[in-house]
Design a protein around this ligand. Structure first.
Ligand code: DGY
Length: 351
C-alpha cells in the first residue's frame, strides 16, 4: 500500500516537472559563449529554447564578433547565462527587454554585473561560489610556491639553457614555519588554509569584516588588516572586488609588509595598485608576488610587471579545471531553471 502511494506521488511529481518544462520550453535563454560545458547546456536545453553564441566571449573575438552576435540574439530572452567578465551594461539590459528575469554569471565574482541597475529592474542575479573554491585555492597554493621558489627566474634559466647552479644561488623561501595571512576567510580563503595543512605553516591569521566561526577548526587567528600585513610572510588576497576592496594593496599598505613578504592575488586585479606593486617589487621592499588576476586581462606582453624577476603571473586560471568548469555550468543552469520556475535561486546574489 505504502509503495503504491509513493509511486503515485512520484508520478504526480514527474507530471508536474514535465508540465513545468512544457511551460518554460518557449522561454529563450541566451548562453553568451560557444564554450559553455555540455553538462550545463543539457540542463538548459531540456527546459528552454537555448540561443548560444557561435563565438567565444573571451579575448578579441569576445570584444568584437561576439558582442555584435549577443546584441543580435538578446532581444526577448528571459535569462542570460554569462561566461566571462564582460560587463552586463544598461545598454545590454535595454536590448534584452523587460521580460528578462535572471542573469546567471558563471563565476564567483560579479563585479562585472551592474548590480544597482539589475536591482532597479527587479532582475535576479546568481553566481557560482563554493564549487570553484578548491580549484582556486589550489592555484593560490601553486602561486605561493611559484613566487616563493622563484619559478619565473628559474624557468627562464631552463629555457635559456644557462643554469645558475650553486649552493647559494636562486634561493627561495619556505612555507614551513611561515605566517600565512588570508585576506578574506570565505570559501576560497578557507580552502587555501585546508590545502596548506601538510606544509607545516607556523601560523595562520586572517582578516575581514568579522570573525568567522569556521576559523577555530582551521586554527586561524582573527586580526586587523594592519596586523596581518605587518606579521605575514605570505599575504593571500581572496576577497571580492568592491568599492571597499579596490586598491586595498597600495603604496601605504605595501609599506607595512615585511621585506620577505610574498603577495598572492586570486581575487581581482583591481584589489592591487599595480604601479605601487611594481615599485615595491623593483625596490625589493617586498620579496615577491604571485598573481592569477591582473588589470587589464590579458596583461599586455610589454607590461612593466613582466620585466620583474620576482613575480609569477598566471592568466586567470583559478577555476580552469574540467570538473570545476562543469560544476559551474551546472550550477548556473540550475539557477536559471529555478528562477524561471519561480523557485528560489541556489546561489543568489540578488534573489
Ligand atoms: C571567478 O569565478 O570569479 C573566478 O575569478 C574565476 O573566473
Amino acid at each position: 500500500m505504502g509503495f503504491v502511494f509513493i509511486a503515485f506521488v512520484c508520478l504526480l511529481l514527474r507530471g508536474n516537472d514535465a508540465s513545468s518544462t512544457k511551460m518554460t520550453k518557449n522561454l529563450k535563454v541566451l548562453v553568451s559563449s560557444n564554450d559553455f560545458p555540455e553538462s550545463g547546456l543539457k540542463i538548459l536545453e531540456e527546459n528552454f529554447t537555448v540561443l548560444k553564441s557561435c563565438f567565444s566571449n573571451f579575448g578579441e573575438e569576445g570584444l568584437k564578433e561576439n558582442k555584435e552576435e549577443l546584441m543580435r540574439l538578446i532581444p526577448g530572452c528571459s535569462a542570460l547565462v554569462w561566461i566571462s567578465h564582460h560587463q552586463i551594461t544598461k545598454e545590454l539590459l535595454d536590448k534584452a527587454g523587460p521580460q528578462l528575469k535572471i542573469v546567471a554569471t558563471a563565476s564567483a565574482g560579479y563585479n562585472h554585473c551592474n548590480v544597482p541597475e539589475l536591482t532597479a529592474r527587479g532582475i535576479k542575479l546568481s553566481n557560482t561560489p563554493n564549487v570553484l573554491s578548491p580549484a582556486v585555492a589550489e592555484i593560490a597554493v601553486g602561486l605561493m610556491i611559484g613566487a616563493a621558489r622563484r619559478f619565473n627566474e628559474n624557468l627562464k634559466q631552463v629555457h635559456s639553457g644557462e643554469w645558475e647552479i650553486g649552493f647559494e644561488t636562486v634561493l627561495g623561501q619556505d612555507l614551513r614555519g611561515s605566517t600565512v595571512g588570508i585576506v578574506g576567510l570565505g570559501g576560497i580563503g578557507q580552502a587555501v588554509v585546508k590545502r596548506l595543512a601538510g606544509f607545516e605553516v607556523g601560523k595562520f591569521v586572517y582578516t575581514g569584516h568579522r570573525e568567522k566561526p569556521e576559523a577555530k577548526a582551521l586554527n586561524a587567528e582573527f586580526v586587523s588588516l594592519n596586523n596581518l600585513l605587518t606579521q605575514s610572510d605570505f599575504v593571500v588576497l581572496a576577497v571580492p572586488l568592491t568599492e571597499e576592496t579596490k586598491n586595498m594593496i597600495n603604496e601605504t599598505t605595501l609599506a607595512k609588509m615585511k621585506n620577505n613578504a610574498i603577495l598572492i592575488n586570486v581575487g581581482r586585479g583591481d584589489l592591487v595598485d599595480q604601479d605601487a606593486l611594481y615599485n615595491a617589487l623593483k625596490n625589493r621592499t617586498i620579496y615577491a608576488a604571485g598573481l592569477d588576476v591582473t588589470t587589464p586581462e590579458p596583461l599586455p606582453k610589454d607590461h612593466k610587471l613582466l620585466t620583474l624577476p620576482n613575480i609569477f603571473i598566471l592568466p586567470h586560471i583559478g577555476s580552469a579545471t574540467l570538473r570545476t568548469r562543469s560544476d559551474m555550468a551546472v550550477l548556473a543552469a540550475n539557477n536559471v531553471v529555478n528562477a524561471l520556475n519561480g523557485k528560489p535561486l541556489i546561489t543568489p546574489v540578488l534573489p
